[in-house]
Structure formats: C-alpha cells, structure tokens
Design a protein around this ligand. Structure first.
Ligand SMILES: Cc1ncc(COP(=O)(O)O)c(C=O)c1O
Length: 403
C-alpha cells in the first residue's frame, strides 16, 4: 500500500489543526503542495508551456499562486475569465479552451483581449470568425478508445476526427482565422501512458498534410493524482510522453510549441475533504454492512464518485492523526451523502472498511480531493450549501516554523 502524498506533507499537522476550527464539510488545501507540484511538472516537462485548467479548482488563492509561478490558463467560461482578469492575469496567458461556446461569450473573450480559441466543428469556427476576427484557433482531435483506461473519460463529447480537422483547417483559412494548432485530451486520470503515443501519432499525421504549418500542440490534461489505486509516478509519465514528442517531432527547429493543461495532477493531492459522520445505520438486524451517512456527498464535493469512478483514500480521525489502533476490528460499509436523493451514494460496490467503533459525530477525511470537488458542488440541492474551500493560511504555516 503506497502512502498518499499529503500524509507526508510537512503541513499536515497544521492543516488538521486548522480544519478542527472549521465546521464540516470543507476542503482544506496545502498551498505548498500545489507549489511543489507545479515546479515538479515544469522540471519534468521543461519544453512544455503550462496552462492550468481553472475548472479543476478555481479557488482565487490557487489561481494567484499558479499565476505567480508563471502558469498560463485554460479557461472554460466567461466566469472563469472574469476571475482571472480580476486577479490581474493578462489575456495573452489564456486559451478559451472550451469547444462549446455561445457567440456572445466568444465576443466577450475577444473584447477582453483573448485571442486563442479551441474549436472542433464548423458551427463553432464560424462563430469565432464572426466574433473574434483574425484570432488563433486550435482544433481538438477526437480520441476514440481512450475511455476505457481513464478514471474520468473526456473523449466522447469533445473533438472531431482527423478528416474533419483537415476540412476545418481549410475553412479557417478561408474565413480569415489564424490556424495555430491541434489539441487532444486523453481523458482525466489516464492510467495508460500509451494513449499519449496514439494521440501524438495522430496529431503528427495531421501536421504532415496540413496546408499551413501547425505551430502548437496542446496535450490537454490526463496526468494522474493519488487515489486508492496507485498510478505510475509523474516521472514515468514524463519520460514516456517526452519520448513520444521526440519520436513524432524529431527536429526541434521545426517542432510545434508544446502546451499542456494540467488540472487534476496539479491540485488534487493538495486537498483534504473533511466530512462528519451524520448517522451509522444497519438495514436489518442481521446486516453486517453498515450504512455510513456523511455530511458530504455527490452534490457537495464528491460528484466524481459517480459510477465509483474516482476512489479516494478515506481516513478516520485516528488514522490521519497517526493514533489508530491497528488491532481495532473493522467491517465493510456503504458510504452515502446527506441528501434525500437515492443516487447520493458514493461507494456501494467497492467496499471500504471502517472501524466497528465508528459513530456519528466523528470526522472522515477524503484525501487527494483538491480537484473537481468544490468546483462541482451544487448550489443548494436539498438546501445544502456548496462545500467551502480553505487554503491553509500563512500564519498557521508560520506557527509551525516558529515551533
Ligand atoms: C480542455 C481541458 N483541458 C484540460 C483539462 C484538465 O484535465 P486534467 O484534470 O485531467 O488534468 C480538462 C478537464 O476537463 C479539459 O476539459
């Protein structure tokens, strides 16, 4: 069993101390881990330009931090754009990376100075031509077959086949747009590194037949976080992906600029979602399995447990604080959320075990929950507010240093 990175963070104690002052549910972020992860990514992909995927966690402190570290941004909506502009991020550092966009939103991005747009169909391309004249466009390739090995697939809905991209390139030139590049996304938490090989090969084929030079390849996201089932380390991903880039684009003088849009891999591991056990119940007198209802569920932070796609490491208070009795008997549980909706069950097929003594009022800690948790929370389903994110404040970190 591998050790989740946050359990090794030098700020863990302070995070738990800070979390104890807050009511549940909440997410607490270790900013130092985000910083280290960003620097690690830059060092592993030295020739790749990073565009943080804001959707993974749009918390202003995180945006400010990665902006300060030099990140660019993959922006999905005018609301994300407004947040970035409010923080002083220059529009030249942004892609409007969503292929699904209204004409009015394209015009809004253009009015704010954004000049680079993703696209995957003629309807969208013509909207860009009309509302963001002369802008740079990159075309997203549909990746068929990448779904099976990604915990959170993204391929079916976005992108188009290579032959459609070839037509779009011609069309884009025709309507006065600047054909800039190609993009793909192998699926989030992609466990099969060969998917990048297949994607880069397909992209290289399009480059060969393009009537104009392709200047950008945007590899999207897909790099992993640390969930229950261990993924290969980032260094292994980087070694392979960098090799694929060199294989398909051997000449560095003509190689397109390479970009990536990490979300999950940058911020997930820095977060702990802290929840309280509301009720422990048995459905029959002889039932061995307990239902454990928490104050966080699918609608306030844990939506990626849909189909049990993402399986987080879950710790009790004693376990995370290192005071657990290893001989304490454990038994299987079903973990469910607090709403009056029967789909608000996180884990039923996969059986987590919890101590027999677990009771209401105790806290459970979901690790690696810094990505796609707060940003997916519903506004007020059943009246529950969206889960709040807290970034460990500097004075808590400073207290550790003084000690
Ligand atoms: C266009 C785009 N880029 C990047 C990302 C981030 O991907 P990941 O979180 O797997 O790094 C996403 C995720 O949805 C995306 O849609």
């Amino acid at each position: 069993m591998y050790i989740n990175p946050i359990l090794k963070s030098r700020n863990l104690g302070r995070m738990l101390e800070f979390s104890d002052t807050l009511s549940t549910p909440h997410i607490i972020i270790d900013p130092e881990m985000v910083k280290n992860e960003f620097r690690n990514l830059v060092s592993k992909f030295p020739r790749t330009k990073i565009f943080y995927a804001v959707k993974a966690n749009p918390c202003p402190e995180i945006l400010r931090l990665v902006a300060r570290l030099g990140s660019n941004f993959d922006v999905a909506s005018r609301y994300e754009l407004d947040m970035l502009i409010g923080l002083g991020v220059e529009p030249e550092r942004m892609f409007y990376g969503n292929t699904i966009k209204k004409a009015a939103d394209i015009a809004y991005f253009y009015s704010k100075g954004v000049r680079t747009f993703a696209s995957d169909c003629e309807d969208d391309l013509l909207k860009i031509a009309r509302n963001a004249p002369g802008s740079k466009v990159y075309f997203r390739l549909l990746l068929e077959g990448a779904e099976a090995t990604a915990d959170w697939p993204l391929s079916r809905k976005f992108g188009c086949r290579a032959e459609v991209i070839q037509d779009l390139i011609v069309k884009a030139i025709d309507v006065g747009l600047d054909v800039f590049g190609l993009s793909f996304h192998v699926g989030s938490q992609q466990r099969d590194i060969e998917q990048w090989d297949l994607a880069l090969r397909a992209v290289a084929e399009i480059c060969k037949v393009s009537p104009v030079p392709i200047r950008l390849i945007n590899m999207g996201g897909g790099l992993p976080a640390h969930y229950l089932h261990e993924a290969k380390p980032l260094s292994t991903y980087a070694a392979h992906i960098n090799r694929y880039i060199e294989k398909y684009f051997p000449d560095p003088t003509t190689r397109p600029e390479i970009a990536m849009e990490p979300g999950r891999s940058l911020v997930a591991d820095s977060g702990i979602l802290v929840t309280e056990v509301v009720t422990v119940a048995r459905k029959s007198v002889e039932a061995e399995i307990r239902w454990v209802y928490l104050d966080a569920g699918k609608f306030n932070g844990l939506i990626e447990t849909l189909d049990e796609s993402v399986k987080y490491v879950v710790k009790t208070e004693d376990e995370i604080k290192g005071t657990a009795d290893p001989t304490e008997p454990r038994a299987e549980v079903i973990l469910a959320g607090p709403t009056c909706d029967s789909m608000d069950v996180m884990y039923e097929d996969y059986k987590y075990t919890m101590p027999e003594s677990l009771k209401s009022g105790e806290r459970l800690y979901f690790l690696s929950t810094g990505a796609y948790t707060s940003s997916y929370a519903s506004v007020a389903f059943n009246g529950f507010p969206p889960i709040q994110t807290y970034v460990l404040p500097q004075h808590f970190v400073a207290r550790r240093l003084i000690k």
